[in-house]
Design a protein. Structure first.
Length: 487
């Protein structure tokens, strides 16, 4: 009887390896090999990777083996009994993936820092072209050319933010030429609109013709820069800004003649426009793609978001000037800190998305995923605020002509930084209507307090941006704490 247990698999009421303390008999050399052992060796990798015997049964049935063949060859009743036997014989050994899981949100920190430099360098144009902005204060007590510059800058931010979104929408469809065509048409129109707004505001200021001309050049530069940045030509834009950087460096040693300063500004502007034109023309060789165009209305919230962010940044830099007139100083360190911090902010946005994807892979419950994303959000936000505080502190030490970086200014800057970073995070996940609404209300409330309220500009910023920061942080936690938001 014991011989039948190993000569004919399945015969009898049990198997030798199921009996306790009974050694399994050795197969004689003259005996035929066990077909079940041969099948286990042949299907070893598939059996080891199975998480349930039914997976093995499905593989056996897919090979076309009937229950009669299984009974005749292996001595088991059917495919499920055979699968259970194979599953018990082979230990679990799940194979590693062929390649490591890639992180789609890993980006170079150096590239983000380069973009920060590109964002900050245009500010040197105000230093080089300061003679165009000089003159007696206007009727409101503001420095000459303040209102034309502000109006032109805001118009450019609104238009180019919406234009960039439309171009990115085309690129998301794989249509490079339609994206380039949208920029080729939209950028000049935006430049004309910005120049027209600056001129219309400047007509009330007869002593600011230089400011209107500077604002017109600024509008043209914004369109060219948008084109280059959409297509990832940061280095080209950096090369175009080299004359402005050279002019600012010269002014640290001596003041060049006005004609030289104007020539450097025109050279940078011309280089940016020319490189943008080359970028567009290169896309003409791209294959044409037919299909529905992105909805133009979808870009409107992005323009409004750009308007709100532009107002908040300008109020940070010029709040004291707008409130107290020409005797107040521009808060240049705060504006420069915000501009330079956009590089680290962009990198930390990608870092958050990377950590959220890792949390999605590692978490097994919705609560666990919410905890992972909340920890990632807190870590990235604190890191950004630390960078912003460092840049603001260093800037205030180097630029002593501006208002002191006291507690109200420092906390207001950090609150504004929280608003900007969380709003950009919502925008990155497509929740731009929420970000635009909160930032728009914040800008309107801060403007109203600046114009009529009893609070100082710094305290008004701290109050309004503090409330907005709490609202946006709660929105981010609620919206992005769900796994479906990270698909």
């Amino acid at each position: 009887m014991s011989g039948s247990l190993w000569l004919v698999p399945g015969e009898g009421k049990g198997r030798a390896d199921d009996l306790p303390d009974v050694p399994r008999p050795q197969r004689p050399r003259w005996a035929a090999p066990d077909p079940l052992d041969e099948l286990a060796r042949r299907m070893g990798d598939l059996i080891a990777a199975a998480v349930h015997p039914d997976e093995i049964a499905a593989i056996i049935e897919s090979d076309g083996m009937s229950d009669d063949q299984i009974k005749l060859t292996y001595g088991r009743e059917n495919s499920f009994a055979l699968a259970e036997e194979l599953y018990a014989r082979i230990p679990r050994s799940y194979p590693e993936p062929d390649r490591a899981l890639t992180d789609p949100w890993r980006v170079s920190l150096l590239g983000c820092l380069l973009r920060a430099v590109v964002f900050a360098l245009p500010g040197l144009a105000y230093v080089v072209g300061s003679h165009l902005l000089s003159g007696p204060p206007d009727s409101r007590g503001l420095p000459a050319g303040t209102l034309p510059l502000l109006a032109g800058a805001l118009a450019g931010w609104v238009w180019n933010q919406a234009l960039a979104h439309r171009a990115y929408s085309w690129l998301g469809l794989g249509a490079r030429w339609p994206a380039a065509r949208a920029l080729a048409v939209g950028a000049p129109l935006g430049a004309l609109a910005g120049a027209a707004v600056a001129w219309a505001v400047g007509t009330a200021d007869a002593d600011a013709p230089g400011a209107v001309a500077f604002a017109a050049g600024q509008a043209a530069y914004l369109g060219a820069a948008t084109t280059l940045l959409v297509f990832g030509r940061e280095r080209w834009l950096l090369y175009a800004l080299a004359p402005v950087g050279l002019g600012a460096a010269l002014m640290a040693v001596y003041v060049p003649p006005d004609a030289v300063r104007v020539a450097l500004l025109v050279l940078s502007l011309g280089a940016a426009v020319a490189l943008a034109a080359v970028t567009v023309l290169r896309c003409r060789r791209e294959p044409r793609q037919d299909g529905p165009a992105p909805r133009a209305a979808a870009s409107v919230p992005y323009g409004l978001f750009g308007l709100a962010i532009g107002v908040l940044v300008l109020l940070t830099a010029l709040g004291d000037v707008l409130r107290y007139g020409a005797e107040a100083e521009v808060a240049a360190p705060a504006a420069v800190a915000l501009t330079l911090s956009m590089g680290p902010a962009e990198w930390l946005l990608y870092r958050y998305r990377s950590r959220a994807v890792a949390g999605l892979r590692a978490s097994t419950t919705p609560v666990g995923f919410w905890r992972a994303t909340s920890g990632a959000l807190a870590g990235c936000l604190v890191s950004y605020l630390a960078v912003l505080a460092l840049l603001g502190g260093v800037g205030s030490l180097l630029w002593r002509q501006g208002p002191p970086m006291d507690a109200a200014h420092a906390l207001g800057l950090l609150c504004l930084g929280t608003v900007l970073w969380t709003a950009l995070l919502l925008q990155a996940f497509g929740a731009v209507p929420v970000a635009a609404a909160v930032c728009g209300l914040t800008a309107a409330a801060q403007t109203a307090l600046l114009a009529t309220g009893p609070l100082s500009p710094a305290v008004a910023q701290l109050t309004v941006c503090g409330v907005a920061a709490l609202v946006l942080a709660a929105a981010v936690s609620a919206l992005l704490g769900r796994a479906t938001a990270h698909r």
